[in-house]
Design a binder for this molecule. Structure first.
Ligand SMILES: [Zn+2]
Length: 72
């Protein structure tokens, strides 16, 4: 039942798409060791966890993990 936590609601920090965590797409890194769950719309890896904190609508949050579009 550990999958329950994956159904939390999240919002992509790049395209602001709101979706369930379970809707995110598995994407393998180049080294095939790590798998990240990315935004189903833009493929962004970073997201806000809407279930943990209040949504801040007009806050332009700087994302230190954002390294640009993933081209592969
Ligand atoms: Zn996105």
């Amino acid at each position: 039942m550990a999958n329950l936590i994956q159904d939390k609601e999240v919002q992509c920090t790049r395209c602001r798409n709101k979706h369930k965590f379970s809707e995110r797409i598995e994407k393998r890194k180049k080294n095939f060791v790590f798998v990240s769950m990315v935004c189903p719309r833009c493929g962004g890896e970073s997201y806000f966890d809407l279930s943990e904190k209040e949504v801040q609508d007009d806050d332009d949050v700087f994302d230190p993990d954002y390294i640009g579009p993933d081209e592969d």
